[in-house]
Structure formats: structure tokens, C-alpha cells
Design a protein around this ligand. Structure first.
Ligand code: FE2
Length: 204
């Protein structure tokens, strides 16, 4: 698997490229801005972009969707209940095939109702659900701290310690981490009841 983390735009976003070197195909995750830069990387590896996949529908993750789709013919993949254009609708537990690479979909609402995390060969793209040392905010439209608690505790924290965490923004002390590191060091993941977490998220 070819895997690239690409800083894009002015909001410290990370886009990602997942490619299969044999099948010569790729998926671009959250191509917000700097589409030229993302497509140039795909060209360098001789990869045809077949999918644009969005972790969620916030503008700083989807801004370049149409441009990538137009220039490459890629299909746009989003959670089934996302309000935006999607050519392929996915739900929790689905697998997106990029050549021989399986990308597993985990529905993780909380930051946004249509949020998904993507797991490919031990690499978890967490979008705005989990950052290095932080979790996503829940005070935007559709945000829900109780849902985020469930997503973090029932979907992400049970994953193996060695699973690598690749966030949607460069907000942490390093650009990526692991589930084990976050479980140990992320102050938002300290043991709390759901009620305690909701209260914690409401504090300034
Ligand atoms: Fe977001």
C-alpha cells in the first residue's frame, strides 16, 4: 500500500492518499484545497484516482471533491446520511476496495453526524473525531458529546494499541500517533462516564 499524509490549506488540514502500486489506483481522503498538489503525488506514483473519500461533510474536508472528481473521474464516497453529493454511500462496517487494499469504514458520529473513520492496513484516518492529544469539538451544528463518547469508547479505543492514528488536522505535538499512545496520553480520553464526558466537553 502506498500511503501519504499531505498537509493542505490554511486550517492545518491533512489529506491522505491510499494507493495500490500493482493495480495503479488510489483513493484521496479529504481533498480540501491544493488539489494540484494531491494529484501531482498520484501522478508521481502513476496512480489513477478512483475514489474521493470524505471523513465528514465539513467544508474544510470536502472543498476539493468536485475538482478531483472532474479531473480524474473519481467517485465521491461519503457516509450514507451525508447531506452532500455522493456517488457511493457507505455505512458502518463497509469496506472500500482500492485495488487489493481494503479500507474499512467505522461510523463515528459526535463531531458531525456523518463522520466516518477509515482503517487501512493498520492505519486509522480519524478525521475530526480524534487528533493527536485531543478529540474533535462537538459545539458545531450536528455535534453531540454523547455520540462522540460512544464513538471514542466503543469504536476507536477498543482497537489494538499498535493501530496508527492519522488525524484530519495537525493539532498535536506530532503528525501521527497510535491508539496505545492516545489511550495513555490524550487528556480527553481519561476514564470518564458518559455524563462526565458530556460535562467535560461543555466546559470552556
Ligand atoms: Fe470538522
Amino acid at each position: 500500500m502506498i500511503f501519504k499524509q499531505v498537509p493542505v490549506g490554511t486550517f492545518q488540514n491533512f489529506a491522505y492518499i491510499i494507493g495500490d502500486e500493482k493495480a495503479k489506483v488510489a483513493a484521496v481522503i479529504d481533498p480540501a484545497w491544493e488539489v494540484d498538489k494531491l494529484l501531482k503525488i498520484c501522478e508521481e506514483f502513476d496512480l489513477k484516482v478512483i475514489y474521493v473519500v470524505n471523513t465528514h461533510s465539513h467544508h474544510d474536508h470536502v472543498e476539493g471533491d468536485e475538482a478531483v472528481a472532474k479531473r480524474t473521474g473519481a467517485k465521491i464516497v461519503m457516509y450514507e446520511k451525508s447531506p452532500l453529493r455522493k456517488d457511493v454511500a457507505v455505512k458502518d462496517g463497509d469496506t472500500i476496495k482500492v485495488g487489493s487494499t481494503n479500507v474499512k469504514v467505522l461510523h463515528t458520529p459526535g463531531h458531525c453526524p456523518d463522520h466516518i473513520c477509515l482503517l487501512a492496513e493498520g492505519k486509522l484516518m480519524t478525521g475530526d473525531t480524534l487528533f493527536v492529544g485531543e478529540c474533535g469539538r462537538t459545539d458545531l451544528a450536528g455535534g453531540n458529546s454523547g455520540d462522540l463518547y460512544d464513538s471514542l469508547t466503543a469504536k476507536l479505543l477498543p482497537l489494538n494499541d499498535a493501530i496508527e492514528v492519522y488525524p484530519g488536522h495537525d493539532y498535536g505535538s506530532k503528525v501521527s500517533s497510535t491508539i496505545g499512545y492516545e489511550r495513555k496520553n490524550n487528556y480527553t480520553l481519561k476514564p470518564r462516564t458518559k455524563q462526565e464526558f458530556i460535562k467535560f466537553m461543555a466546559e470552556p
